[in-house]
Design a binder for this molecule. Structure first.
Ligand code: SIN
Length: 534
């Protein structure tokens, strides 16, 4: 509590001076960079102060409509990855708080699920309106705690809010069915009903959109939720939850707990009141959740890691392929599950593509997300940088060549140079696993069959990209790719109106679109007998 109070006092005093001035770890920063870091800090302080004034900088969990601390008063710190400074302290919650959040979601389920679809739709629409009205502040909050460039963060707010708007519309279209009966005295119906309480576990790379993508359809169907946002980026989740209250969504329908991830996860899994777990994150954690959900036979949807191939054929339009591959690879500094992980280029266009692509990558400005023109923010933390370094080292030791970048950026902290590596092959970690960073490995292929084989030679199956001007090939290859999403001549394909999800070990279920609602519904068959009697 003491830490939390200190946070509030400091924020109310008009600045985050104390909070923002404690670096998380020592990094060697050159004198000129120190000046830059100070400017960055000042900008972040101003943003934090504005956020606080707008009432959106919430630093407590939300249980049953009340903002609460951890019961033992423990806190965890939220950092700005661009500076290492502390933004705020939030409660480090565990099993007890989660169980209370589950109870309040369970209690709220009774009345929320009984509302008409039209009423739930109106609440969601109000929430959407508020998210859009606060787009600037939410975008700033995302940049502050996650690091992505402000323009991208604002894009995430529109994208994330879109799931709430779409869910508000779809809430009214949860149709059941009437089945022609094989017996004259019977009538057969199918009802669609909400699953119940949903545990939604979300990652740090899209602090808003991964929450709204789950909570929008859940609420539309009549479910209530306990959200566990990433401990790295909880502030956006809390701001969104605050706006859900301002939208009038009743207490207990949306709950947020954060802190001890395994205790919270275990409580969600153990509870018989939680009927569904929805998760976006690593494949390793997804497998544990799937196994854990077996104990109470819960529904599970999982959006897990990818290893996206980006196939460039000789017949591709070079400019389109460069632009598309750039967007697919470097969005969010390479930290999305759908980021191109392997750029697979046909031999006839390989050199031309490698040159043009490297030139485009070289133009990506790296820096604090609040700086105008910046296209690449910091990586989320030191572990992320070390992963990139170890993958690159592995590739170089096996014969890959660095065409561009290949090291930490001179800005220090977790900034990394946008990197292009050639002569990558299937033996290297860079092509076997998700690098989740700004490194584009180029692989070479000869034939269409070889490209398909290379692309499918992985346990992952989330997104794939194809660049070709041959219409027949675009169909053939899209059909042959073992992936849940395929972009043809396009590098950014996520939208709330289309189904998002993977095959193989990239996950189960779909999010977004009309299909996304099915994940939160149970189908009930009702047989009405004895119809011939009066
Ligand atoms: C993700 O990285 O999990 C989501 C990316 C997206 O929605 O495009």
């Amino acid at each position: 509590m003491a830490t939390l109070k200190a946070a509030h006092i400091s924020i109310r005093a008009g600045g985050f001076t104390n909070l923002m001035s404690r670096p998380r770890r020592s990094v060697s920063v050159r004198a000129s960079d120190r000046l830059l870091t100070r400017q960055i800090s000042t900008e972040a302080e101003a943003v934090a102060s504005r956020l606080h004034k707008s009432g959106l900088l919430r630093t407590q969990g939300l249980i049953g409509g009340k903002w609460v601390d951890a019961y033992d008063r423990k806190t965890i710190k939220v950092y700005n990855p661009a500076t290492g400074a502390v933004i705020a302290d939030v409660p480090c919650m565990g099993g007890k708080e989660t169980n209370d959040a589950i109870s309040s979601a369970y209690e709220a389920f009774y009345s929320w699920s009984k509302l008409t679809a039209a009423a739930r739709s109106r609440y969601l629409r109000k929430w959407y309106d508020l998210l859009i009205a606060h787009r600037e502040e939410l975008g700033q909050l995302i940049t502050l705690e996650q690091g992505k460039p402000l323009k991208e963060a604002l894009g995430e707010v529109s994208y994330g809010a879109g799931f709430i708007e779409f869910s508000a519309e779809e809430a009214k279209r949860v149709y059941g069915d009437i089945i022609p009966s094989p017996l004259a005295d019977r009538r057969l119906f199918v009802l669609k009903q909400p699953v119940g309480v949903v545990g939604a576990i979300t990652p740090w790379n899209f602090p808003l959109a991964m929450i709204t993508r789950k909570v929008g359809p859940a609420l539309a169907c009549g479910c209530t939720v306990v959200i566990k946002p990433s401990e790295i980026t909880p502030l956006t989740a809390l701001a969104a939850a605050e706006l859900s209250l301002q939208a009038g969504i009743p207490p207990g329908v949306v709950n947020v707990v954060m802190g001890n991830a395994s205790d919270i996860g275990d409580s969600l899994l153990a509870s018989t009141q939680v009927r569904k777990i929805t998760f976006t994150g690593s494949t390793a954690v997804g497998k544990k959740l799937m196994a854990g959900a077996a104990g109470t036979v819960k529904k599970v949807s999982l959006e897990l890691g990818g290893n996206a191939p980006c196939i460039v054929f000789d017949d591709a339009d070079l400019d389109v392929a460069v632009k598309g591959a750039l967007a697919a690879k470097f969005r969010n500094s390479g930290q999305t599950c759908v980021c191109a992980n392997r750029v697979i280029v046909q031999e006839g266009i390989y050199e031309k593509f490698a040159n043009a692509f490297s030139k485009a990558v070289q133009n990506l400005q790296v820096g604090d997300g609040f700086t105008e023109g910046v296209a690449q923010g910091p990586l989320i933390n030191e572990a992320a940088v070390q992963k990139v370094e170890s993958f690159l080292q592995d590739a170089i030791s096996k014969g890959a060549k660095v065409l561009l970048g290949g090291k930490r950026h001179s800005l220090g902290m977790t900034f990394y140079e946008p990197t292009v590596v050639s002569d990558v092959n299937g033996e290297m970690l860079l092509s076997r696993e998700e690098v989740f960073g700004p490194v584009a490995p180029l692989l070479r292929f000869k034939t269409e069959d070889e490209a398909i084989h290379l692309a499918n030679d992985t346990n992952a199956g989330l997104a794939a990209y194809v660049f070709t001007n041959n219409i027949q090939r675009s169909w053939r290859v899209s059909e042959a790719l073992e992936y849940g999403l395929v972009g043809v001549n396009e590098g950014v394909i996520s939208t709330e109106v289309a189904p998002f999800g993977g095959v193989k070990q990239s996950g189960l279920g779909r999010e977004g679109s009309k299909y996304g609602l099915d994940e939160y519904l149970e189908m009930k068959y009702v047989c009405l007998g004895n119809m011939n009697s009066n």
